[in-house]
Ligand binder design. Structure first.
Ligand SMILES: NC(=O)c1ccc[n+]([C@@H]2O[C@H](COP(=O)([O-])OP(=O)(O)OC[C@H]3O[C@@H](n4cnc5c(N)ncnc54)[C@H](OP(=O)(O)O)[C@@H]3O)[C@@H](O)[C@H]2O)c1
Length: 299
């Protein structure tokens, strides 16, 4: 167990609950939640609205972390569309900027969870980190602004352009993967896009890699943070069925063209050679799904 102190924001979220568990096994953590508790209650945690900068500054200075893993965000493009833009901006941009300022002032490393959606989604596949950035949603735009604020302030950062995360949630937070699995298990059909591509990363693997990244002490890097394989949503469903022995006939093919008003990004699959160049190795989807089916939720 290292004496490194790690502050986690968004600890009650989908990824946060995995970060809490993984990072608490290796470091001295303080994790934060706001409207939900998630599994934060079983870790050293604090309930805080991060947009309250006085409270955030006090929390930061009293814990005095070595590393911050900033996962808190309005993280869903559809949810962001339903909210006033200023509220999305407040957490996704202003809080990120404030954390970066605190990190800069107190010589703390900031690891920022950005998104694959900062890339132009129609440009083709396996994008490298220098690919064109064209965020097309408020969510993606604010996440990119978060990146820019950090880079303008200091060098002691790591930006992780995160792919679609999959796995089972242990809390209120849920995702498409979990809903798909629940429907398939109860014999219900699932409609999946054959023309929307991602390089998905399992939640448990993402948390493990973030732990390794902290241990490797990387900095001033913007990294694609995804899995090894470019798959459509339909292909991901097929791997789930094959691996978890579920009925593939329940999978129905749909196209993005079937839902003309759906704000979908076709292909932000990412090349992760740079991530791997630091000795990081992701699980294959099959390996990750075997792990997920074995361990279920992450409680
Ligand atoms: N999930 C994905 O597939 C995916 C893909 C790409 C990038 N990312 C990025 O990865 C990160 C984690 O995503 P996730 O799926 O774990 O998100 P999530 O499940 O939606 O969780 C969001 C977290 O942010 C916290 N939060 C939001 N507003 C807050 C505020 N004002 N004050 C304090 N906390 C606040 C939430 O706390 P409460 O719930 O307690 O209020 C929650 O813990 C995000 O930065 C997201 O942009 C995720």
């Amino acid at each position: 167990m290292s004496s490194l102190k790690v502050l986690i924001t968004g600890g009650s979220g989908l990824l946060g609950q995995f970060l809490n568990k993984e990072l608490a096994n290796h470091f001295n953590i303080l994790t934060t939640c706001n409207q939900h508790t998630g599994n934060c209650e079983i870790f050293n945690s604090s309930k805080i609205d991060l947009t309250n900068f006085d409270l955030l500054t006090k929390l930061f200075e009293s814990f005095n972390p070595n590393v911050v893993v900033h996962a808190a965000a309005i993280s869903n493009p559809n949810a962001a569309m339903q909210l006033p833009a200023k509220d999305v901006y407040a957490i996704n941009v202003k809080v990120t900027e404030h954390l970066a300022k605190l990190c800069e002032k107190l010589s703390v490393k900031l690891i920022y969870l950005s998104t694959d959606l900062v890339y132009a989604g129609y440009r083709g596949s396996m994008l490298k980190e220098d690919a064109k950035l064209i965020p097309i949603s408020l969510y993606a735009e604010t996440k990119l602004l978060g990146e820019i604020k950090i880079k303008n302030l200091f060098n002691n950062y790591l930006i992780l352009r995160t792919a679609l995360l999959y796995g089972f949630s242990a809390t209120h937070a849920t995702n498409h993967f979990q809903e798909m699995h629940e429907r398939l298990k109860s014999g219900k059909s699932v409609s999946l896009f054959t023309d929307q591509y991602r390089t998905p990363l399992a939640l448990h693997d993402a948390a493990r890699i973030i732990r390794e990244i902290i241990q490797k002490d990387l900095k001033t890097e913007t990294l694609n943070f995804g899995g090894l394989e470019r798959v459509s949503r339909f292909e991901l469903g097929e791997i789930v069925c094959d691996t978890a022995k579920l009925d593939k006939n329940l999978l129905q093919k749909i196209s993005l063209n079937d839902l003309p008003n759906y704000p979908a990004v076709a292909d932000v699959s990412m090349n992760t050679d740079r991530l791997q160049s630091f000795g990081i190795k992701q699980q294959t989807i099959e390996e990750a799904i075997i792990h997920i089916m074995k361990y279920g939720t992450h409680k």
